[in-house]
Design a protein around this ligand. Structure first.
Ligand code: TXA
Ligand code: MG
Length: 328
């Protein structure tokens, strides 16, 4: 039996299979199998209130799992699938309630990775798959990250090499009156608007006690263990000056050269284009986290549409610098 057959066989028997997508690695289970889906939540330590994305091989299959398939879904699927866009639509009953955390909507996506597509075709049905990390930790962009995160809790890991996009899919809610981006991603709001017209952006962080449109969008998410902070370009000089005076060894990640002769600052040069930045982001955070820095400082890229998804992930992974009373 080859790996794909083995993986699809495991899914059929209620197993957990981690697989590569173009965004991040997913932790997959049969979305029509309650016990299998519950295993995902246990393996990740994920709150049962946070719904999973359902992966399918193509748009024709996706339609089976939504009770309404609007023209907007048809056009977006034709434009962006396979690809990093998740569409939230009214849910068909065959998807078990555990998978959508009891919601009557379902997030559907066709991932753009050859191994994922082979697996989804071989399995034939819907595969519930969150990112294959422990809840609230950094998403895995290589097979070895999955092993580090989940160990033996996963029955099989398909290794498809490093993920090309590197951050999670754009989540677009089509179940509401005005289509709304719940999570920004590689597919931008502007790209979506060029296909279906005006789209809202779900803004602001959600306090966890308030029922959230997309529960994964709480303020703290995707974090490293090392204390990590973000700052804006206009805060750079004040931050570097303050860090240079401290005896603690810190990593400072920003675009371009860091003008500091201080030995306490370890400079990390970040890519200047959004594609490269996204691709390396989680791997870099993971490495920095393993390096015993006292803290990780990250300068946010510009607040422009093309950087929106990356800023979103960085802001969720880190705390604002103001908290540290740097006088800024
Ligand atoms: O790129 C991705 O989307 C990756 C790969 C594996 O496909 N998956 C991923 O899954 O990031 P996860 O579980 O880490 O994030 C899913 C996000 C969460 O923010 C969740 O709240 C939201 O999608 N979501 C899923 N179903 C939803 C629904 N029915 N309504 C609103 N939000 C939903
Ligand atoms: Mg996740």
């Amino acid at each position: 039996m080859n790996d794909i057959d083995r993986a699809s066989d495991l899914l059929r028997r209620g197993g957990l299979v981690a697989f590569p997508t173009e965004t991040v690695y997913g932790l997959g289970a049969d979305a029509t199998h309650s016990a299998a889906v519950r295993r995902i939540f246990t393996a990740k330590g994920r709150p049962a209130t946070n719904p999973l994305i359902i992966h399918v091989a193509d748009a024709t299959t996706a339609r089976r799992y939504a009770t309404i398939w609007p023209e907007s879904a048809e056009r977006l699927a034709a434009t962006f699938w396979p690809g990093p866009l998740t569409l939230v639509l009214p849910k068909a009953s065959v998807i078990v309630p555990e998978a959508t955390a009891g919601r009557d909507t379902v997030g559907l996506r066709v991932p753009n990775h050859p191994l994922a597509l082979q697996l989804l075709r071989a399995f034939g049905g819907p595969v519930a798959a969150p990112s294959a990390n422990r809840s609230n930790h950094i998403s895995p962009t290589e097979a070895k990250h999955v092993r580090q995160e989940l160990g033996d809790a996963v029955d099989l890991i398909l290794d498809g090499g490093p993920c090309q996009v590197g951050i999670e899919s754009t989540v677009l809610d089509l179940s509401v009156a005005h289509p709304t981006v719940l999570r920004p991603g590689h597919v931008t709001r502007e790209q979506i608007e060029s296909v279906i017209g005006p789209v809202e952006l779900f803004s602001g962080s959600i306090q966890s006690h308030i029922a959230a449109a997309s529960p994964g969008q709480q303020l703290r998410h995707y974090s490293p263990h090392t204390p990590a902070y973000h700052f804006e370009l206009n805060e750079r000089d004040a931050i570097l000056a303050a860090l240079a005076q401290s005896s603690e060894r810190v990593a400072v990640m920003m675009q371009g050269r860091i003008e500091s002769s201080s030995t306490s600052i370890v400079p990390i040069v970040a890519p200047t284009n959004p594609t490269g930045y996204a691709r390396s982001l989680y791997g870099t955070l993971r490495l920095l986290d393993q390096n015993a820095y006292s803290a990780i400082w990250i300068e946010l890229p510009p607040a422009t549409p093309q950087w929106l998804a990356i800023r979103d992930r960085l802001i969720r992974a880190t705390q604002p610098a103001e908290k540290l009373k740097f006088g800024i």
